[in-house]
Write a protein that binds this ligand. Structure first.
Ligand SMILES: *Cc1c(COP(=O)(O)O)cnc(C)c1O
Length: 339
């Protein structure tokens, strides 16, 4: 067994043994290849470098209580990458190639899957980039799909700790008919300034509003927004947010727990009426939100008592993690068990 301080690993890059690559050339995908190099060699005029033709995914594999390794909802990530590829005019990775590549990347780096009980997991990063040389603005004719994995520690090292958010009044992440609903690097480039400004002021993340009216909540940096109000789980409906698979899963769990789920435009004005607020995504599952500051009005919206996460967010978080680590019944059939 590999000796790593699993419980204290950051959410960062750790070199593993192998990665997987598959090239699209002459209108078709080639064989799945494995490599032990951390580097790729591409043409300097590759469309991904100049015109942002790229999309990625983020998912995790977990070593379960029973010793089995599970990948969480891979098909959802495959479908989302398909949608992102179509969104920025790239070749679509067939679902069989996606699955075979992630399974291979996980299996070949089996010694990096953290032990059960450490709270750590193996992060899987599928990446699709335009490699064809382009100077004129036009989709590439060649693509590279690759998958690397890296072990990541538990997001909350001192327990399930609430964070604060800063409403981004001077920045937008994505336009209503733009690429906000695709998982493409350009959205991240567009969100960096707001994110760094929020970090510099001590916030975990920027909270983006709809770009048209600055009236509705979009999402919290690289995570979706949700709120709990009484027996309701409320999450924004917007054409410029990336549909989080964690959010989708939490909605199913909330319904299963007897809650009502509302997917609708959520106004900034409503923030005062919520009992709990959280940001959700693969990295943390849920980041409970303690407070949100609005620099326009100077108003602070507060949620947690004694710096603690709310009871509903805590319950949702535990149930989802329990399913991922095989401690709870996978009643939704979300796990792919690696044989
Ligand atoms: C990846 C991502 C999320 C979270 O999605 P999950 O599938 O839950 O990991 C949320 N917002 C943005 C902008 C993202 O890129």
């Amino acid at each position: 067994m590999l000796e790593l301080d699993w419980s204290h690993l950051p959410f960062g890059y750790v070199k593993t043994d192998y990665n997987v690559r598959c090239y699209y050339r002459n209108g078709k995908w080639g064989e799945i290849e494995t490599s032990s190099s951390e580097f790729i060699s591409i043409h300097m005029a590759a469309s991904s470098l100049h015109y942002g033709q790229e999309a990625f995914e983020g998912m995790k594999a977990f070593r379960g209580k029973d010793g089995k390794n599970r990948i969480f909802r891979w098909e959802e990530n495959a479908m989302r990458m398909e949608s992102s590829a179509n969104g920025v005019m790239m070749a679509v990775v067939p679902r069989e190639i996606f699955l075979e590549s992630i399974v291979k990347a996980v299996k070949m780096n089996e010694r990096f899957i953290p032990p059960f009980g450490t709270g750590a997991s193996l992060y899987i990063r599928p990446l699709l980039i335009g490699t064809g040389a382009r100077v004129g603005v036009k989709p590439a004719d060649e693509y590279l799909f690759m998958v690397f994995v890296t072990p990541v520690g538990p997001y909350f090292k001192e327990g399930f700790k609430p964070v604060s958010l800063l409403i981004a009044r001077d920045h937008d992440r994505a336009a209503p008919k733009g690429t906000g609903r695709f998982k493409v690097g350009g959205n991240y480039a567009a969100s960096l300034a707001a994110g760094e400004e929020a970090h510099a002021k001590g916030y975990a993340s920027a909270l983006f509003l709809d770009a048209r009216e600055k009236k509705y909540i979009d999402e919290a940096g690289p995570a979706n927004f949700f709120a709990i109000k009484g027996n309701k789980y409320i999450t924004p409906k917007s054409e410029s947010i990336l549909a989080s698979i964690t959010n989708k899963s939490l909605m199913d769990i909330a319904k299963d727990m007897g809650m009502e789920v509302e997917v609708r435009p959520v106004e900034v004005n409503e923030l005062d009426s919520f009992d709990e607020v959280g940001a959700c995504g693969t990295a943390a599952v849920i980041s409970p939100v303690c407070k949100i500051d609005d620099p326009l009005t100077g108003h602070t919206y507060s949620y947690c008592k004694d710096g603690q996460a709310g009871p509903v967010s805590t319950k949702l978080y535990k149930r989802l993690q329990g399913i991922q680590y095989g401690e709870e019944d996978d009643v939704f059939n979300w796990n792919y068990i690696i044989e």
